[in-house]
Ligand binder design. Structure first.
Ligand code: TYD
Length: 137
């Protein structure tokens, strides 16, 4: 898997003077079925989140409010995305090291995930991640 497999996806946006509306359908707008939703909020300034990879999990990350950066690392190259729109999100494929930083005050980060929470799916050690991706390539 390479950072090139991850991408920003624009979501439908129904503009309305009463307020805009966007929606996400599993398997339609994002390339997996949604099994779990979680969100980060009340993130103190200067905090980092993430710093791990997933063996099998697909994720889609949306800045529902405010902004933050997502840094992706496939073991060979890294790419930094600034997320600040609630009508777009970042698809993150499996075997991608990621961390999130640069949170604005009041930022809310929503993550759609392809499976339920499983600690066994996490790779939390960067050296181990590198060994795994180098073995595969
Ligand atoms: P973690 O995924 O390590 O946080 P982040 O990557 O955002 O920094 O999760 C932090 C803690 O929350 C960890 O103890 C596991 C727990 N957790 C759940 O119980 N369910 C979940 O769906 C998630 C994402 C985390």
């Amino acid at each position: 898997m390479s950072v090139e497999n991850c991408k920003l996806i624009e979501l439908p946006k129904i503009t309305d003077p009463r307020g805009n509306l966007s929606f996400i359908e599993g398997g339609q707008h994002i390339p997996f079925e949604i099994k779990r939703v979680y969100y980060l909020y009340d993130v103190p300034g200067g905090s980092d989140r993430g710093s791990h990879a997933h063996k099998n999990l697909h994720q889609f990350i949306v800045a529902m409010s405010g902004s933050f950066d997502v840094v992706l690392d496939d073991g060979k190259q890294t790419k930094r995305y600034h997320l600040n729109r609630s009508y777009q999100g970042l698809y993150v494929c499996p075997m991608m090291w990621r961390y999130l930083d640069n949170f604005s005050s009041g930022a809310v980060c929503m993550v759609l995930a392809s499976s339920h929470y499983e600690e066994d799916d996490y790779i939390r050690n960067y050296e181990q991640f590198l060994a795994m991706v180098n073995r595969k390539s």
